[in-house]
Design a binder for this molecule. Sequence first.
Ligand SMILES: *Cc1c(COP(=O)(O)O)cnc(C)c1O
Length: 376
Amino acid sequence: MSKINIPIAKPIIEDEEIEEVVKVLKSGFIAQGFKVAEFEKEFAEFIKAKYGIATSSGTAALHTALLSCGIGEGDEVLTSPFSFVATGNSILYTGAKPVFIDINKDTYTLDHDKLETAINNKTKAIMPVQLYGQSGDMDEIMKIAKKNNLTVIEDASQAHGAIYKKNGSDFDGKKIGSIGDLGCFSFYPSKNMTTGEGGMITTNNEEYANKAKMIRSHGESGRYKHAILGYNFRMTDISAAIGLVQLKKLDNFNQQRIKNAKFLNKELANLKGIKTPKTIGDSVHVYHQYTISIENGSRDEWIKFLNENGVGTGIHYTTPIYKQELYENLGFKDKCPVSEYVANKVVSIPIHPKITMDDLKIIVDVLKRASNKFIG
Ligand SMILES: *Cc1c(COP(=O)(O)O)cnc(C)c1O
């Protein structure tokens, strides 16, 4: 096997993160404490939401967010099947049923035009997945939610710092994760910023915030007083210490991703056989992934060629969630043709901030050679 010289993801942990972790370890307070509180405050300020509730993972954030707005048995939640399985699983955990709505073929985000026909008296929420680093049309989604009295929980696990822009919109200039009733983020190492494992809920709703805080800590309403069923979804101060440093760097990380993407967009624009990612309007896409679509030829062969030439790849995602074995065994029979089509076409290529100009040139060169080889 040849060596992958340019990996698809690479967390950036420097001396400052290490020093902050050491300080926490030496302080003796290592579980959820002051650092988590500080991280919640800073992250909420960054997103421009009133409250931040840190959790042990992005999955736990989604699960907690759903529970804090009362979603459970008998309810339905509309979401995208073209996502990491955690999106669907978080809905299953609550006893509610995920109802999968197809995506837009250009942006890979929830197709708002397909939402309304799926709404019935069981529908309680919409969970748009802000995939690869941008959202879909949040004006349309929020309008449909309002009209049908639905809660909107943004799965913003891939969109830390992304900005929604639309002329004349109430949400113009808002950060992704602050438009819906709740936003959920993941700090897994491959994401735009990391805490090792970790997650965050952002909201302006005090009631949801309070309930989320209880749920993440065994339903605690006061010391050893447990009012509702909760979990241990707490973040540690060790993780929060990393998160505080990463948050300061996030804008720079994102700027680097955007710069890398601009270069690739320009260089790959007319390359035969592939389609480069599209940004909605003037919105700020933060390129958690730079995902191209292989329009001609075999995707497997393109991937093999890229990997053999040192370029790492990822497929996000190979299968719509409802086609996962778990979901098929549960009897899911959703059909989302666009998701099924793109699941066979997409390939993510390296875009993270550690990529150098030399790396970018190699990526472009290898793709050009692949295009010549497979398309001619
Ligand atoms: C990463 C991710 C999650 C889950 O986050 P974890 O921190 O890994 O639990 C959920 N949804 C999407 C879209 C993700 O990318």
